[in-house]
Structures are given as structure tokens and as C-alpha cells.
Design a binder for this molecule. Structure first.
Ligand SMILES: *Cc1c(COP(=O)(O)O)cnc(C)c1O
Length: 415
């Protein structure tokens, strides 16, 4: 599909450069660092001939440097959307959170059925809310294609929360399209640089921009991307009444964040690959490190897209094509005992015990605290920008302390 609707000036320019310059056309001041605009309302033109009533305006043709009221558009968020568009190869609309973005997409497509797997628990909350209003019916992601009808939605999250396991976008696009259904990809775990869902057949792409796009754990953001001009217009009209826009501060923080998206994502993904490879090697008995016994006594299994194998024991061809530059920063380890999972986070120095992911700080979460549907022994890890060897040493030390506490308890000592 040609990027017809995109700025021809971006052709052949690399994402790293676009992340710094795609917003130049909306930069109307001489500041090098983007200014922060907080006004909710904007003066109409001083020229009486340029005054056009809102009802007669096509809101999508208003120049991106002109604003009326911030529930419609505002300078910081428009600048963020301008910057995101060439990175996502689509028209982009931002929302107050990832869930409000998904909500907007489902209101717009208004499917009768939605095929979805386990994945992010909050998305199921949005689906439940819509089911209450419209009778939307939830069916399994892997339902036979014949269960889907025209206008239905297949919602594919890949890589999937919390395991980091990946699913073939191309295969689900084929299945959805064979029945006239839409493929919506929640690509939160596969930000630009790792995954391009449109090139594999996605109709609509959503991101929780709170995660990698923000990257600093300081803004809530949702993103919807579409390559269909008409859909983009309709979504923009809908957002005006849903009111789920980002705040000015968040839009400004988002622009700041995207400048470094490429380097953050590549380095964090590389760090995750090192850690996953290390844990996997230890569990398969080929680690050869002095601390392997400690890890083996605490960890039962590890999951991450990088560990997926086909019948020949290799990373599946579709996955190499889908994620050619790395498999993301989130992976899960299942520990041998639930009490290990409860204790481990408090023994670590370089991992915050917190939910969320994709930020520059490494996080670990005893996932049972925020999602009651997962294995009680599952720890979700989001790898940040620390040096991976420090993270590894921290994990080993933490695991050793957990074992010491448990052994102390057995001997009747106070922890
Ligand atoms: C966090 C997350 C969401 C929800 O995003 P918010 O910004 O928290 O509303 C949706 N999907 C996935 C895969 C997520 O990780």
C-alpha cells in the first residue's frame, strides 16, 4: 500500500530523522525545544472575512497550526500526532489513554462480535462495557473463520501481555479479511522500530502510548492509527464528543519522548534479549555461570517472543519477518513457588516493583497484584536502559536472598 496520504517530503527519510523533524511544519516559533501551550481556547481570526462558523468547517482541513478549542485540537497534541504519523505510516489520533483509544475504535467500528484472546485485562473491561450497551459478543481469537461475519473485529495483541509471546499479524489479517472482518492490532508491545502492523495487513493499529512512546513513566497516552482518510475524519469527529483528548502537558511530554524513541527501543530490546538469553540458557542447563544453581532453584520457566521456535527449532519465519529488529523489552518468568514471587521484588535494587512497561526504568511486577487471571507465580519484567549486566547481577542477588530467607524460615529463624 502506498503512503499516498503522507507527506511526500518524508519519502526516503529515516525514522530517526523524522522523530526529530517531522513536526517542523507545525513549529511556528523560533524555539529549538518545543514550547508548552496550556490554553484551552484560541482566538478566532482578526480578519472578519476569515470567520467561518464551526458547522460549515471540515475539521480535518483546518491547518494544524490553527486551533479553536482543545477538546478538538491543541498545539502540543497536534504536534505529537504530526510526529507520530510518519513513524506509524498512517494518520494518527491521540487519546487520553490506551483504553480510551481502544474504546474509540470499537465505538467507531461498532462490531457485533469481537474475536480476542486473553491479553491485556483492561481491554476486556472496555469490551465488557460495550457488551452492556450494544450486546457486543466476545468470541475466542482462534475461533473458526466461519464464526466471523462482515464488520466484526479481530483484536490481536502482539506481542501479548504479560508473556511477551508474539502472534502472526499476517495470519490473523488473512483470517479476518476472508470474512470481511477488521483486524485491529494492539501494537503496544511492538512500537515503531520493532513492528509495522500495516505492512502485514492490519486495518487499524492502537497503542498505549503510555508505554514505549512515552517511555518515561510520566504520561498517559493512547494512539489510533489508520491509513484510511475517511476513517480518520470520523474518528476525529467522534473524539470531539467523546472528549478523551490528551492534556497539553502530556502532549508536550510525548513530543519530548519521541525524539529518543528509536534509541530507547533498540537498546531496551537488546538488554531484554541478553537477560532472556541468560535465563533461558541457565534453565536449559547450558548457562555455565557460577550462579546458575540459584536461578534454577527459583525460576521454573521464561517466556518471550525471542524464545519462540518452529518445528525445526528455529525462530519462525513469520516472526523474523514481523519483528526483524528485536522482540521487545517485556518478558515473563514463572517462579517455582508463589512466595518467591511475593518476595523477589522487595529484594531488588535496580527494578521498581510496579505495573506498566516500556519506560527507561526497569520494572518487575508480581502480576497477580494487577491481574487476577494469571499464574500466581508469574513475574512480568520490563527492561529499561540500565546496563543489562547490572540487572542480571541484581536478579541473581535478589534470588539468592529469597532462598536464604526461605531456608532461614525452615530453620525457625526470624527473617
Ligand atoms: C497498558 C496497555 C493498554 C492500556 O493502556 P493505558 O494507557 O493504560 O490505558 C492496552 N493494551 C496493552 C497491551 C497495554 O499494555
Amino acid at each position: 500500500m502506498a503512503d499516498l496520504h503522507l507527506n511526500p517530503a518524508h519519502a526516503g527519510v529515516h525514522p530517526a530523522t523524522l522523530a526529530l523533524h517531522a513536526d517542523d511544519p507545525v513549529n511556528v516559533v523560533t524555539d529549538v525545544a518545543p514550547p508548552m501551550h496550556l490554553s484551552t481556547t484560541f482566538r478566532y481570526s482578526d480578519n472578519p472575512d476569515e470567520l467561518i462558523p464551526c458547522a460549515e468547517l471540515d475539521p480535518t482541513t483546518i491547518p494544524p497550526t490553527t486551533h479553536i478549542y482543545s477538546r478538538h485540537t491543541a498545539p502540543n497534541t497536534t504536534r505529537l500526532e504530526t510526529l507520530l504519523a510518519p513513524l506509524l505510516h498512517a494518520r494518527v489520533i491521540t487519546y487520553s489513554s490506551g483504553l480510551s483509544a481502544l474504546h474509540a475504535v470499537l465505538i467507531h467500528l461498532n462490531p457485533r462480535r469481537i474475536a480476542v484472546s486473553h491479553g491485556y485485562h483492561g481491554s476486556h473491561g472496555v469490551i465488557a462495557l460495550l457488551s452492556r450497551l450494544s450486546g457486543l459478543q466476545k468470541i475466542p481469537l482462534d475461533c473458526p473463520a466461519s464464526d466471523l461475519q462482515a464488520g466484526d473485529v479481530v483484536l490481536l495483541e502482539t506481542p501479548m501481555n504479560p508473556t511477551g509471546r508474539a502472534y502472526s499479524i499476517e495470519a490473523y489479517a488473512e483470517k479476518a479479511h476472508s470474512r470481511g472482518a477488521y483486524l485491529v492490532v494492539d501494537s503496544t508491545f511492538g512500537p515503531p522500530g520493532l513492528q509495522e502492523p500495516f505492512s502485514l495487513g492490519a486495518d487499524v493499529v492502537v497503542h498505549s502510548g503510555t508505554k514505549y512512546l512515552g517511555g518515561h513513566s510520566d504520561l498517559l497516552c493512547g494512539v489510533v492509527a489508520t491509513r484510511e482518510e475517511g476513517r480518520w475524519r470520523k474518528l476525529l469527529e467522534d473524539r470531539l464528543v467523546l472528549g478523551s483528548v490528551m492534556g497539553g502537558l502530556e502532549g508536550w511530554l510525548g513530543v519530548r519522548s519521541l525524539r529518543t524513541l528509536g534509541v530507547r527501543v533498540q537498546r531496551q530490546s537488546g538488554n531484554a534479549l541478553e537477560l532472556v538469553g541468560w535465563v533461558d540458557g541457565v534453565l536449559r542447563g547450558v548457562g555455565g555461570g557460577a550462579d546458575d544453581e540459584v536461578v534454577k532453584r527459583v525460576v521454573e520457566s521464561v517466556t518471550h517472543a525471542s524464545l519462540q521456535r518452529d518445528e525445526k527449532g528455529e525462530v519462525p519465519t513469520w516472526l523474523k519477518k514481523q519483528m526483524p529488529n528485536g522482540y521487545g523489552t517485556v518478558f515473563s518468568i514463572t517462579l517455582r513457588e508463589e512466595r518467591f514471587a511475593r518476595m523477589l521484588p522487595s529484594r531488588l535494587r535496580f527494578f521498581h516493583h510496579a505495573t506498566s512497561l516500556g519506560g527507561v526504568e526497569s520494572l518487575i511486577e508480581w502480576r497477580a497484584l494487577s491481574d487476577d487471571t494469571v499464574d500466581q507465580r508469574l513475574m512480568r519484567i520490563s527492561v529499561g536502559l540500565e546496563h543489562w549486566e547490572d540487572l542480571k547481577a541484581d536478579l541473581v542477588r535478589g534470588m539468592r536472598e529469597v532462598l536464604e530467607i526461605v531456608e532461614g524460615e525452615k530453620k525457625g529463624e526470624k527473617p
